[in-house]
Design a binder for this molecule. Structure first.
Ligand code: NAI
Length: 347
């Protein structure tokens, strides 16, 4: 299984280690270093098989290449997966993270890690005891949800501008799905901009604490609004849901919003403007790399996050001019930047 996956992959390097003490598989997939050292989070999960973990790391590492390239941040795409028999706790967890830190350190900085599913800043502190290439520890860079929320706000303003002719959110009805770390912050920012905010969460008490009008989780897709912001889980835009959407545009922070690539075309045919997810949600990585690696000040960070809006404006314009979807325009932009860097380095 591993052989088949690796032979069919377009990435540069995959490091695979079996951790006999815990029964965990460690997969570090470096998809591209054309634009810089590979950056991307570590996902800790139980998978049906080890090969599913490797496949996830491969797929996610490619998405990181596109995310950094579209954001014009000098980092390549990578991702790591710790595929465990069960989520470890206490001393077992600490020891696993230390051994994982040693593995990442051994790669000499070609891969730089951060948090992802089930990996907290406190976990990253442990990884950092053995490895210098760790973003998002408790002491550095801060919680990436802040940058993600501000970046998503810029994405929403640019999307509203393309549809309605002005980025002004006053009176615009915006539905935020997911009132978690990013979503709750986003609701607050949208309210400060004068938007009429609707919010939904499977945990209704979370939605209620935002102070916005709560929509039951099951009613999100058919709810009438100007813009739908998926900020919870992936795959909410599909052949089944798109015909039921009652909005003019979609822009949110959730990863992998399209159930399949053809959903970008379905949205376009339905007359709904889509801000590609990895462009809209790049604020988290912009914050971590900007503050921790590039030495940005707070005002440089705010400028970097605002560029998400500029990128989207360019993508929407390119898409209109070329008669393609914004998702296709984003793929094109990322691929062009990676190819130019490869040509420059002679690789
Ligand atoms: P979180 O785990 O803090 O919040 C997610 C929220 O969504 C929770 O309140 C949960 O109850 C709710 N939820 C889950 N399923 C739902 C459903 N079907 N309908 C409505 N609500 C539902 O996660 P966080 O950090 O706010 O991230 C949200 C999304 O953004 C995720 O898809 C994540 O991968 C993505 N993302 C987050 C970044 C970050 O910096 N935190 C960066 C880039 C993407």
């Amino acid at each position: 299984m591993f052989e088949d996956l690796l032979e069919g992959w377009d990435g540069e390097e995959a490091v695979i280690r079996y951790d006999a003490d815990s029964g965990a598989w460690m997969f570090v997939c470096i998809h591209s270093t054309a634009l810089g050292p590979g950056g991307g989070g570590t996902r800790l999960r139980v998978y049906p098989t080890a090969a599913d973990g490797l496949a996830d790391a491969m797929r996610l590492s490619g998405a990181m290449t596109r995310k950094f390239a579209a954001a014009d941040i000098p980092r390549g795409g990578a991702k790591a997966v710790l595929a465990v028999p069960e989520l470890p706790q206490g001393d077992e967890r600490r020891k696993l993270l230390l051994r994982y830190g040693e593995l990442v350190a051994s790669l000499g900085g070609t891969y730089r890690t951060a948090g992802d599913m089930n990996i907290s800043p406190a976990d990253l502190d442990i990884v950092a005891e053995r490895c210098p290439w760790v973003y998002g520890t408790t002491g550095r860079g801060g919680n990436s949800a802040r940058g993600t929320a501000i970046g998503t706000l810029h994405a929403i303003r640019a999307t509203v501008e393309h549809v309605f002719g002005s980025p002004d959110l006053a009176g615009k009805r915006i539905l935020v799905q997911g009132a978690g770390a990013v979503g709750a912050d986003l609701v607050r920012l949208l309210q400060a901009d004068g938007a009429e905010v609707l919010v939904s969460d499977v945990d209704e008490s979370r939605a209620a604490t935002t102070g916005a009008t709560v929509v039951p989780a099951a009613d999100v897709i058919g709810a009438e609004c100007d813009l739908y912001a998926p900020c919870a889980v992936g795959g909410t835009l599909s052949a089944e849901t798109i015909p039921r959407l009652r909005c003019r545009a979609v822009a949110g922070c959730a990863n992998n919003q399209l159930a399949e690539p053809a959903d970008g075309d379905r949205l376009h045919q339905a007359g709904i403007l889509y801000a590609p997810d990895y462009v809209a949600n790049a604020g988290g990585v912009i914050q971590l790399v900007g503050l921790e690696d590039l030495g940005w000040s707070e005002s440089e960070l705010m400028d970097g996050l605002a560029r998400i809006g500029d990128t989207l404006r360019t993508l929407f314009r390119t898409a209109s001019e070329q008669g393609i979807t914004p998702a296709a325009a984003a793929e094109q932009l990322a691929a062009t930047r990676v190819a130019a860097a490869q040509a420059q380095s002679g690789r």
